[in-house]
Design a protein around this ligand. Structure first.
Ligand code: MV4
Length: 446
């Protein structure tokens, strides 16, 4: 096992990783920007290294500074968390070349899954369902029109180097295609440095269901069931839960097996997530694979009792997976609310000083956060201040527990999305499990 790990991140995920390391007896090194000098991840780590000024480009994305910090502190491994460098193939490769273990998959499986066209091709080979569309990049607008006519409108244009919903264009008619196609390519070039796009049939009102995987360096892969992440706004997930209300044990097995095969097809050997869309006929389609620990991993931890970060670190150290698929049992229901420093109606970020702070507690309540009384939420980074996770026997009990916990939570001095979550937890459609990825947009219209 590693003796020392450097955590190349900040905020709640840096704390989450430090906690796993402490329980494994591993020493930790925090890195921080000058703006984060008072942050909890710096206080809780055994050592810390300042890696630059507040802007992420000069600190948490500063590869040279982070590699130097790892070498200076004799860290054997780097955990990238999520965001920042977590899915940067070049960074994973640099770690590999420097003899530092990147806690994540090999740069090769990252590259195969990072390119959405090569990921689609890998799924076809494995017989995993994908939406009708192209299996190669689309170069010209005429080609795009003939493909779209063949698969039928509406279609969606996506960047091959994109992901997470960034740079997608929904097209409803041939007339709208030339403009959408040109914009999609230009945005792909500007946003990802690669203009390549592909076209898929657009699936209306799907559920976003993802399968959590654990894999080791010995070819073993298990799945930990699914999360429903359909409650999102502009591709920012706000509420996640496990299990998903519409997944039967048979469908779970089918999707879980598909996700395991997807991982095996690229030699995947870490924690990861395979994202599917589930349509109104309960048919599922591979979307993409996230090769990192995700924000919403705690809901899966609550229903399986497995520490995903701990298993991810063990796997990176070359240890064998401790679980067979038959050992994985889903117990009860878990829900996570992402609490952001944002206006609860407009979702405009509201950083600032917390003047009073009290966290909820009690049975089945978990708070993954990094803020404290008098802490100033910084404007330089994302606005997530806390993840409130509840676990209970049934979904109804979990919703009631979440309402109770939201009522207990005091965060004064800044605006947060707590009032938004209270409204959702009281929403009839949400309570009945009748929602899809369009739920929030429709709610605003009402
Ligand atoms: C889609 C889709 C419908 N049809 N692809 C968004 C995240 C990324 N991983 C894939 N995403 C989607 N891909 C096809 N062929 C719907 C989404 C989608 C979405 C689209 C528009 C507005 C909100 C959305 C929320 C979740 C998923």
């Amino acid at each position: 096992m590693f003796h020392k790990i450097l955590i190349a991140n900040r905020g709640e995920i840096a704390l989450r990783i430090i906690r796993a390391c402490k329980e494994l007896g591993i020493k930790t090194v925090a890195v921080y920007s000058t703006a984060d000098a008072d942050s909890l991840h710096v206080k809780l780590a055994d050592e810390s290294v300042c890696i630059g000024p507040a802007p992420s480009m000069q600190s948490y994305l500063n590869v040279n500074a982070i590699i130097s910090a790892a070498e200076l502190t004799d860290s054997e491994a780097i955990h990238p968390g999520y965001g920042f460098l977590a899915e940067n193939t070049a960074f994973a490769e640099i770690c590999e070349n420097c003899g530092i273990t990147f806690i994540g998959p090999s740069s090769e499986s990252m590259r195969l899954m990072g390119d959405k066209i090569s990921a689609r091709q890998a799924m076809i080979k494995e017989g995993i369902p994908i939406l009708p569309g192209t299996t190669d990049g689309v170069q010209g607008v005429n080609e795009a029109i003939s493909i779209a006519k063949k698969i039928g409108f509406p279609v969606i244009i996506k960047a091959s180097a994109g992901g997470g919903g960034r740079g997608m264009k929904i097209v409803h008619s041939p007339a709208a295609l030339p403009n959408a196609f040109a914009t999609a390519r230009a945005e792909a070039q500007a946003g990802f440095g690669n203009p390549e796009v592909y076209i898929e049939k657009y699936c209306q009102q799907p559920r976003h269901v993802e399968i959590q995987l654990l894999a080791d360096k010995h070819g073993n892969v298990v799945h930990l069931g699914e999360r429903d992440c359909s409650i999102q706004r502009r591709h920012q997930k706000l509420i996640e839960e496990s299990p998903c209300t519409l997944i039967t044990p048979d469908l779970r097995k089918e999707m879980g097996d598909a996700a395991v095969r997807a991982a095996k097809s690229v030699g995947y050997n870490s924690a990861g997530t395979v994202e599917f869309l589930v349509d109104t006929d309960n048919k599922f389609y591979f979307m993409e694979m996230n090769t990192r620990i995700q924000v919403e991993h705690p809901v899966t931890e609550m229903v399986t009792g497995i520490d995903i970060v701990r298993e991810q670190i063990r796997s990176a150290a070359g240890l064998k997976l401790r679980y067979k698929q038959g050992d994985i049992k889903i117990k009860g229901h878990a829900i996570e609310c992402r609490i952001n420093a944002e206006d609860p109606i407009s979702f405009i970020p509201c950083p600032g000083k917390i003047t009073s702070y009290h966290t909820p507690g009690g049975l089945g309540v978990r708070v993954d956060s990094f803020v404290y009384d008098q802490y100033t939420v910084l404007p330089h980074y994302d606005s997530l201040v806390s993840k409130l996770i509840v676990h209970a026997e049934t979904r109804d009990d979990a919703i009631r527990r979440m309402i109770r916990a939201l009522d207990e939570y005091i965060i004064d001095g800044i605006k947060t999305t707590i009032p938004f979550h209270k409204r959702i937890m009281a929403n009839k459609e949400f309570i009945e499990g009748h929602f899809d990825t369009g739920f929030l947009e429709r709610m605003v219209l009402k």
